[in-house]
Design a protein around this ligand. Structure first.
Ligand code: EPZ
Length: 424
C-alpha cells in the first residue's frame, strides 16, 4: 500500500504538463478493439493504474498491446480469442463496462464482471444494459457478471438517462458496428465524448453530433487501425491549478485545452486567483487567501463532479462559508471525514456540504478511499501546517500519473508517489 508524505505550507511554483485524459483513454483503448484490420497507435496515453489494468484486460481478450514509450500505446486486435474479461481485473475497473459494448459489437458476446460499487455512490449500470437491449442484445446478470449476446446489433433511437457519460460512450462504441443508425438523445457532452467520436470516425466510423446532446451513429461493417492523440486530462490540469490556489503560489499547466474547463477557471477567478491563458496553457497566481464561492456540480459544460472534492479542499482554507452541492453522484462526501481530521469544518447534509473556511489546517495521518477524494486530502496537506501522511495512495494513482514527481517539480515538499512502472 503506497503512502505520500507531505510537508505543507510550501507555495507551489513552476510549470507542469497535463497527462492524457484518463477517462478518454478508458473509452478509446476499449474502442480500439473494434478495429479488425490494422494497428491502432495512441499517443498521449496516461499510464496510470486504471489504463494499465484496461490494457491487461484487452490483452487477455487476445489483442496485442505494446507500449512504444511511456505515453504511446500500440494495439492490434485483428483476432480476438476470448469474450470473457478476467473477473478480478474487470471488477475493480469501472470503465470495464465499455468492454461489454465493444465485445458485443465485435464478436457478438461478452462476459464481463459487474463493476464494484465505490466510495462515490452506488453507480449502477442499468442505463447501459437497457441501451444494449435497445440495440437487440440479450443481457443477463449472472454470477457477478454482465453476460450479453447478440447475433447482430441493430441501430435504435435511445434516450440516455441523466446524460450518462458511460452510457453515451458504450452506445457509441456498440452502435459503430451495428446494422443501421443509432440515435442518442440527451447524450453526454463531455470533451471525452468528442475525443471518442473523433477516434471512431478516424477508424472509419460515422458518428455525428458528439459534443451536443443529440448524437447520431451510422453503423459500418468494419473499422480499421489509426493513429490518434488523446486529449489532455482537464481534471488533472485543474487539480494542479487548485494546488496553486490553495498554497498561494503560481502554477502554469501546459498541454491543455482551456475551453474544456472554462467553468472551473471562472470559479477559480471568483476565489480571487489571477488566471492567464494561451492556446494550450493556463497559469494561476494566488497572492492572497482565497475567497469562498458556492459550487453546484453538473454534467458538462457545468462544474465537473470530479473537481468537487479538490474544490472543497480549497474552500476549507478560504475566507468565508461555501455551499457545495453534488448533483451527479449520491455519495461523494466520504473524504470529508478525513478533511475534518486536518481541522476543516465541513458539514454534510445529503447532497450538500457547508464548508466554513479556516486558515489553520494541520497535517495528520489520513487515508484516501477514492481517487478525487484522496486528491482533496493531498491538496489540504499542501496547505496544512506540518506533516500529512496519506495512505491509500493507489486510489489517487489511478488517475494522477506520477503525482509525487509532478508535485516535487512544482517545489512541493513531498515523499513517495513516484511514477508507476509500465507493466505490460
Ligand atoms: C464518468 O463516470 C467518469 N468515469 C467519472 O469519473 C465522472 O465522475 C462521471 O462520468 C461524471 O462526469 C469515466 O469516464 C470512466 P455517469 P460514469 O454515467 O460514466 C447514474 C473519475 O474520478 N447512472 O455520467 O460512471 C450514476 O450513478 C470518475 O475520474 C445510473 O444510475 O458516470 C450517476 O449518478 C469518477 N445508471 C449518474 O447516472 C447507469 O447505468 C451519471 O453517471 C449509469 C449511470
Amino acid at each position: 500500500m503506497g503512502k505520500l508524505f507531505i510537508e505543507g505550507r510550501v507555495p507551489l511554483s513552476g510549470t507542469v504538463a497535463a497527462s492524457g485524459s484518463k477517462n478518454s483513454g478508458l473509452a478509446i483503448i476499449t474502442a480500439a478493439i473494434l478495429a479488425s484490420d490494422g494497428r491502432v497507435v495512441l499517443e498521449n496515453v496516461n499510464a496510470g493504474s486504471d489504463l494499465q489494468d484496461l490494457c491487461e484486460i484487452i490483452s487477455a481478450l487476445g489483442a496485442d498491446v505494446r507500449w512504444l514509450d511511456d505515453t504511446t500505446l500500440e494495439i492490434a486486435a485483428g483476432t480476438l480469442s476470448s469474450s470473457k474479461a478476467p473477473y478480478e481485473l474487470a471488477r475493480k475497473l469501472r470503465g470495464s463496462t465499455y468492454i461489454v459494448g465493444a465485445l458485443l459489437a465485435r464478436v457478438g458476446e461478452a462476459d464481463v464482471a459487474f463493476p464494484g460499487g465505490c466510495q462515490i455512490g452506488s453507480r449502477p449500470v442499468d442505463f447501459h444494459i437497457r441501451g444494449f437491449q435497445a440495440l437487440g442484445a440479450d443481457v443477463a446478470l449472472e454470477h457477478g457478471s454482465i453476460r450479453a449476446r447478440a447475433s447482430r446489433l441493430t441501430g435504435s433511437r435511445i434516450y440516455v438517462e441523466r446524460a450518462s457519460v458511460g452510457t453515451t460512450v458504450n452506445l457509441m462504441i456498440a452502435g459503430s458496428l451495428a446494422d443501421g443508425t443509432t440515435i442518442l438523445e440527451n447524450a453526454a457532452m463531455e470533451p471525452e465524448i468528442v475525443d471518442l467520436a473523433n477516434f471512431l470516425n478516424a477508424m472509419g466510423g460515422r458518428v455525428r453530433g458528439a459534443g451536443t446532446n443529440f448524437v447520431r451513429i451510422e453503423g459500418v461493417p468494419s473499422l480499421h487501425g489509426v493513429r490518434h492523440e488523446i486529449i489532455p486530462d482537464r481534471i488533472e490540469a485543474c487539480t494542479y491549478l487548485i494546488g496553486g490556489a490553495i498554497t498561494r503560489g503560481e502554477v502554469q499547466v501546459t498541454h491543455v485545452i482551456p475551453e474544456h474547463f472554462r467553468t472551473v477557471l471562472l470559479k477559480l477567478e471568483q476565489t480571487g486567483a489571477e488566471i492567464a491563458e494561451t492556446d494550450d496553457s493556463v497559469t494561476l497566481r494566488a497572492s492572497r487567501r482565497p475567497v469562498s464561492v458556492d459550487i453546484e456540480t453538473m454534467p458538462h459544460p457545468g462544474f465537473p463532479t470530479d473537481l468537487h472534492p479538490p474544490m472543497v479542499a480549497l474552500m476549507a482554507v478560504a475566507d468565508g462559508v461555501s455551499v457545495v452541492q453534488e448533483t451527479v453522484f449520491d455519495n461523494r462526501f466520504a473524504y470529508t471525514h478525513d478533511l475534518a481530521r486536518m481541522g476543516a469544518s465541513v458539514k454534510v447534509d445529503r447532497d450538500t456540504a457547508i464548508v466554513r473556511g479556516t486558515d489553520a489546517l494541520t497535517g495528520a495521518p489520513v487515508e484516501a478511499q477514492d481517487l478525487r477524494g484522496g486528491m482533496a486530502l493531498v491538496l489540504a496537506g499542501l496547505a496544512a501546517e506540518g506533516t500529512t501522511e496519506l495512505g491509500g495512495l493507489e486510489h489517487v494513482e489511478r488517475g494522477y500519473v506520477g503525482l509525487g514527481d509532478k508535485l516535487r517539480g512544482l517545489g512541493a515538499h513531498v515523499r513517495g508517489g513516484e511514477r508507476l512502472p509500465i507493466l505490460t
